[in-house]
Design a protein around this ligand. Sequence first.
Ligand code: SF4
Length: 452
Amino acid sequence: MEIVRSQREPTHSAASTTSAKLSFYRSAPALEVRLEDFELYAIDRLRVLQGISDGLSRGKKPEEMEKLVTELWRAHMRHQDPSEVMNKDIISHFVLRLVYCRTDELRKWFLSMETSLFRYRFRLESPESQRSLMSEFQLPYKAISRAEFETVKEKLNQVARSIGQPLNADTLFFKAPFEEVPELFAGRRVFLQKGFAYVAMHQVVSLVATQFRSNLSKCLVLTNRKWTSTIRDTERDRLAPIIEALSTGYLGPDYSQPKNSAEISLKDINGQASSSFPLCMRHLFDKLRETHHLKHGGRMQLGLFLKGVGLRLEDALLFWKSEFSQKVGAERFDKEYAYSIRHNYGKEGKRTDYTPYSCQKVISSTPSTGDHHGCPYRHFSEENLRAALTKMGVCGRSVDGILDKVRNKHYQIACTLTFEAIHDAPYDSGINHPNQYFDASRKILQNKMEST
Ligand code: SF4
């Protein structure tokens, strides 16, 4: 792929090389890609992969996952020019290969999400298209001959009946080494003989996904070598910063811009903190009220969040002063702390308008003793988290479900489950940003008020 800055149209279309909708991404396409598309396409694909990751962590069933993948693909991988859809698919995949080749952990996540995406997309293809994909990609599986079929027909029928999918005369079978179909083997859904599995056409997704995964796994290792040996240096000023930002970046709405009208005022801040703040902000808010002080990390995390929910600068100064002055006195507050609050609002120093922290940023922070910032799902002990959830009104099996996600390091899913338990409403988009939590909560509560 050649990355260009100009507005030139792509010189070749990857789509023109294949008639199928799905690609095995065997080699990078001969395309010119505009720098903007390089990043935007990757962000769109990342939204799909993150949606899949959320769906799997929430334990969605295969049918639900199939629906979710279809919706995610439709929502994010469209292109105003239909002939460019496949190019977008291929370009975004190769960009994310660069992003996710760089560490074991990143490779593992990408491999798993891309394989899931491929598996569901393959299942949605028609049988004809699946057959043509198999021959196009020269998968090393041959359909068994009529003569061989006759020798094993009875056994195949027995397996087919036991899984409730009787054979018809035209069912095509492939023979594959049994270790390549672990799911079918474990679920006793194939006939095995002499180390080979006889896989019916409707089960080939398992074979194809295994091939896809093994191919991608090798490619990621090779891409990593290229990245460390050349690309990282040659693209130091151009692609490398985009690539590095993509694996940690926040992909949701922008909360950096001040709202047109104030969303929160001092008179209702207490009520809204208890009804609509996510746990990370509620904890900071409560600690501030209790100790009349927060260290720098806490002031930044809560201060920028409050700015993002619409607390005006004048109100922010009054709010922080009313607490801090009880501990350090009004004069010291004016001298030492007011500056950094104005700074957060872009009124001091470089006049940068600082952005409220995303969940990823909060989760990856490293609070020390005496700090109260960070994400409670990641940084609290299980006992403290249980107590904090109970204080928020979450109890019983909901708490167990949340703690289960925390043990598996799915902190944002745990926060989403808390949101759902508190608001008694599903929230399929998942929490990615504390300000998103607040906005979604206000919307639900306002709707409830209007309908009563
Ligand atoms: S998941 Fe995000 S919103 Fe929820 S507590 Fe953690 S940082 Fe805050």
